[in-house]
Design a protein around this ligand. Structure first.
Ligand SMILES: *Cc1c(COP(=O)(O)O)cnc(C)c1O
Length: 345
C-alpha cells in the first residue's frame, strides 16, 4: 500500500520544488514568440538579464543543465579534444558520458580532493603534451558547489589562472553556483570570476520548473546556439518557462541562505542520533551514514509521516524552498522516533 500525503517533505533533491503562485502568475503573463527565430521577448529578456547579472557578454537559455554543459564542451572542443574534469563531477559522472558519446570529446577524469577541488598539481600533471599520440587538452571543467561543498575563492583563482597560462579554456558547471555565492557573501559575478563560460541551473534551489542558462562571450553563445538546435534544445514559445526562470533569478537567490540554515539545523539534529554519522553542510546538501539494516524500515517509517528521502547507507539530504524550519523539526523527530525503537529491538 502506498502512503498518500497532500504535502510531502521531500528531501531527495532541490529539483522537486513547485512553482509558487507568484512564479505561475509571471508565467501566465509572459509575452511569447518563437525562440528559434529569436522572437521570444521573455527568453531574450531572461538571457540579457542573466548575462548582466553574472557579468558575461551573452547568455543562452536551454532546457537542462545537462544540455548547457554539453553545449559548452561541444563548443569549446572539436573531435579528439579533451577536457579535464573531476571524478565526482556531474559532467563526467552523471550526464551519461554525453561529451564522449555525442561530442567525440575525451574526458580526462581526475580525483577530487576532499574539499571538492582538483589539485592544481594534478591539473598540471594531466595536461598532455602536443604530440600526435595524445588527445588535445582543451578545457578545465570545475563544479561549484560540488556535493554541496563550496570551492574556496583562492583555489578558483589559482586553478583558472593556471589553466589559462597553459592555454586552456575554463568552464564552470555552476548548477548551484548561486548557493556558493550566498554562502560566501559575494556577488554572482565574483563567484564566477576566472571562468570563460558558466552553466547555471534555474530548476534547482532557485525553484523554476525547467531550464538552465549558459553564459559566455557573444561568439561562443552564437556557436552554442547551433549545438543547442542540433541537440533538440531549440524551443518555440519558451517564454512561458523563461518567465519562471527570470522570476527565480530575481527573487530566489538571497533566500538560499534559509535553505543553508535549514540544512545546518537538520544535520545538527540528526548528528545527535545514534548510530547516524552526519556531515556538516556548507550549503543545502549533506550526507548521512545509516546502518544497512535500518535503511528499508526507516524509509517506510519516514514515508508514513510524509517524508521522502533517498535513504541508503550513504544518504544525501537536500533542503530547498519547499522545506520549512517546521519540516526540519518534523524530520528530526521522525528520525529520533525511529532510532529509539530500532535500538530497542
Ligand atoms: C543537476 C545538475 C546538472 C544538470 O542539470 P539538469 O537540469 O538536471 O540536466 C549539472 N551539474 C550539476 C552539478 C547538477 O547538480
Amino acid at each position: 500500500m502506498s502512503d498518500h500525503h497532500d504535502r510531502w517533505i521531500d528531501l531527495r533533491s532541490d529539483t522537486v520544488t513547485q512553482p509558487s503562485a507568484a512564479m505561475r502568475a509571471a508565467m501566465a503573463a509572459a509575452a511569447v514568440g518563437d525562440d528559434v527565430y529569436a522572437d521570444d521577448p521573455t527568453v531574450n529578456r531572461l538571457q540579457d538579464f542573466a548575462a548582466e547579472l553574472f557579468g558575461f557578454e551573452a547568455a543562452l537559455f536551454a532546457p537542462s543543465g545537462t544540455q548547457t554543459n554539453l553545449i559548452a564542451l561541444m563548443t569549446h572542443c572539436g573531435r579528439g579534444d579533451e577536457y579535464l574534469v573531476g571524478q565526482e563531477a556531474h559532467t563526467y559522472k552523471y550526464e551519461g558520458g554525453g561529451a564522449a558519446v555525442l561530442g567525440s570529446i575525451q574526458p580526462q577524469p581526475i580525483a577530487n580532493q576532499p574539499d571538492g577541488s582538483i589539485a592544481v598539481s594534478d591539473i598540471a600533471a594531466y595536461i598532455k603534451p602536443d604530440d600526435m599520440h595524445f588527445a588535445r587538452t582543451r578545457v578545465l571543467a570545475l563544479e561549484n558547489t560540488i556535493g554541496g561543498r563550496v570551492l574556496p575563492r583562492d583555489y578558483l583563482k589559482a586553478a583558472t589562472d593556471f589553466a589559462h597560462a597553459k592555454g586552456l579554456v575554463t568552464h564552470l558547471d555552476g548548477a548551484r553556483v548561486c548557493n556558493a555565492a550566498v554562502k560566501q557573501g559575494i556577488s554572482l559575478r565574483e563567484a564566477v570570476a576566472g571562468f570563460d563560460t558558466v552553466s547555471v541551473c534555474l530548476s534547482k534551489g532557485l525553484g523554476a520548473p525547467v531550464g538552465s542558462v549558459l553564459l559566455g562571450p557573444k561568439a561562443f553563445i552564437e556557436q552554442g546556439k547551433r549545438w543547442r538546435k542540433m541537440l533538440g534544445g531549440g524551443m518555440r514559445q519558451a517564454g512561458v518557462i523563461a518567465a519562471a526562470a527570470h522570476y527565480a533569478l530575481e527573487h530566489n537567490v538571497e533566500r538560499l541562505a534559509e535553505d543553508h540554515q535549514n540544512a545546518a539545523d537538520l544535520s545538527a539534529g540528526l548528528a545527535r542520533i545514534e548510530p547516524l554519522k552526519v556531515t556538516t553542510p556548507q550549503t543545502n546538501i549533506f550526507y548521512v551514514e545509516i546502518p544497512d539494516a535500518a535503511c528499508a524500515p526507516l524509509r517506510e517509517a519516514l514515508s508514513r509521516q510524509g517524508i521522502r528521502a533517498s535513504i541508503g547507507p550513504h544518504t544525501r539530504l537536500v533542503t530547498h524552498l519547499d522545506v520549512t524550519a517546521a519540516d526540519v523539526k518534523t524530520t528530526i523527530a521522525a528520525f529520533e522516533a525511529f532510532f529509539r525503537d530500532w535500538k530497542a529491538q
